[in-house]
Design a binder for this molecule. Structure first.
Ligand SMILES: [Zn+2]
Ligand SMILES: [Zn+2]
Length: 476
């Protein structure tokens, strides 16, 4: 009897590639395009092997591995997790979740068959497969801002979408005189659109945002939506210090994708457990809901609490960054805002990877794969009025940080030019970069745009700066 392999991947071309290669080798093949459907098929058909993508809608590869391993009827099948990403942390988390092997895309048919043919890919031997992942990398104007210091609006107006930076730093807060102008707080951006208040990330910038919201709304109802890109510390550490959480009239919906190791609820509530924090999450007076997102596109509907309402269409796209990390695109009536705080350009990582070695594919395959992934990201960003993008390193620093999951000014400009963006905001400033360094990075970025004859405007994200999307649109 033929052995059955189940392929779970949201990329139809890649499913076809794996299906062809397994069919030719005599396997029967079943396919699913998301995690949830994959799990249903696995329960119904009991495959001998599952070849599962890491990042896809409705259940990522980590969740699929954990669910399969927890089911007594399924726990002995072979699981191969595949991903285009080369971060060691992803490989470790996939093996920990129950994968037998981790294959970096693209790979040759022979390589996959060889992995599937290995006898007794017994649980717990995952680390022996560690070599499947080629490690990459060497080791593990000022104030030209738009409407600086505009006082906060007294109303969450239904028209006139705008955003304001509350935290622009990456990795860890960096207060002090050297960073006073651009700011030392970590990732947090407030968006007002369609009568809604949407917060992107909960880094330490969330604390001053909370204070400003309490000043604006006082005892009136305050309804907020927080979209988390991922749960690295610099993106969630402001949450316990967000004043609206301590106000019963506040309602906060927290939306994000489940992480590599734990559920979103666990990650967020455990940072408030003793001994890390004195007030447990369950004792917060506000009405807080934490919801795990399953789909990559959804709508945020206003409930009328802050005046006139209209729905905001939100789309998410997985970033090239360790763990489960996304960028968001918010389409408003005044234009689109794209937020990608943590992301390393695909081509730079993979060109370096292919230049070193790799059992998985030829140099041409690897480069073609990276270019295809980059093209998908560019389509996701296409034409946005504002792009807030990871530009942690300058051109001289980046080569020593290839494979760390962050971008450079150069790569940010290149992406923004190709995506036809109106204004690029350099974001996730390195904690070691003072204001003068960031000024130099902005100048270098603008020079590059001028050299290439592009129309892109470049700014560095700066705490306190408020940006009207309609103003950016008019300036294009
Ligand atoms: Zn970060
Ligand atoms: Zn991160």
């Amino acid at each position: 009897m033929k052995k059955l392999a189940l392929i779970i991947d949201d990329d139809a071309d890649f499913r076809r590639f794996v299906a062809d290669c397994l069919s030719e080798a005599g396997w029967e093949v079943a396919q699913a395009s998301d995690g949830e459907t994959g799990l249903e098929l696995a329960r119904a058909r009991r495959p001998d092997a599952v070849v599962c993508d890491l990042l896809m809608p409705r259940g990522n590869g980590f969740q699929v591995c954990r669910t399969l391993r927890a089911d007594p009827a399924l726990r002995d099948l072979t699981i191969v997790v595949t991903s285009g990403r080369t971060f060691p942390a992803d490989r470790d988390a996939a093996l920990e979740a129950g994968a037998d092997a981790y294959l970096t895309k693209p790979f040759s048919p022979g390589h996959l068959l060889e992995v599937l043919a290995r006898p007794a890919l017994a649980r717990g031997e995952g680390s022996a497969i560690a070599a499947e992942l080629e490690r990459t990398g060497s080791s593990p104007a000022p104030g030209a801002a738009v409407a600086v210091g505009t006082p906060p609006s007294r109303q969450a107006s239904a028209s006139g979408a705008w955003f304001r930076f509350w935290g622009v730093r990456g990795s860890v807060p960096a207060p002090g005189p050297g960073t006073a102008r651009y700011g030392g707080n970590t990732s947090c951006v407030e968006v007002r659109a369609g009568g809604q208040i949407i917060i992107l990330d909960a880094g330490t910038g969330l604390r001053p945002l909370g204070r400003a919201l309490m000043e604006e709304f006082g005892p009136r109802p305050l309804h907020l939506t927080l979209l988390l890109t991922h749960t690295h510390w610099d993106h969630i550490q402001g949450l316990p210090f967000f004043r609206p959480l301590y106000e019963p009239q506040c309602r906060l919906r927290i939306l994000g994708y489940e992480g590599a190791r734990q559920s979103l609820v666990n990650v967020l509530t455990s940072q408030m457990e003793s001994p890390y924090f004195p007030v447990p999450f369950e004792e917060l007076p506000a009405n807080v809901q934490i919801e795990e997102l399953r789909d990559m596109a959804f709508e945020l509907r206003a409930d009328g609490a802050h005046g006139a309402t209209s729905a905001i269409s939100v789309r998410a796209h997985f970033a090239n960054h360790p763990g489960v990390c996304v960028g968001y695109r918010l389409d408003t009536t005044d234009g689109a805002l794209v937020f990608f705080p943590d992301n390393e350009p695909w081509t730079r990582v993979h060109v370096t990877r292919s230049a070193t070695h790799g059992p998985s594919g030829t140099t041409a395959d690897v480069e073609a794969f990276a270019r295809a992934e980059e093209a998908k990201m560019i389509e996701f960003m296409r034409g946005a009025e504002a792009l807030i993008l990871d530009a942690q390193y300058d051109a001289t620093e980046y080569p020593a940080h290839v494979g760390w999951g962050h971008g450079s000014v150069e790569s940010a400009v290149a992406l923004a030019l190709r995506a036809g963006i109106g204004t690029l905001f350099l974001f996730h400033h390195d904690p070691e970069h003072d204001d003068a360094t960031i000024d130099r990075m902005v100048a270098a970025a603008r020079e590059r745009v001028a050299r290439e004859g592009g129309k892109l405007a470049v700014e560095a994200a700066q705490e306190g700066v408020r940006v009207e999307l309609a103003t950016l649109r008019r300036g294009r």
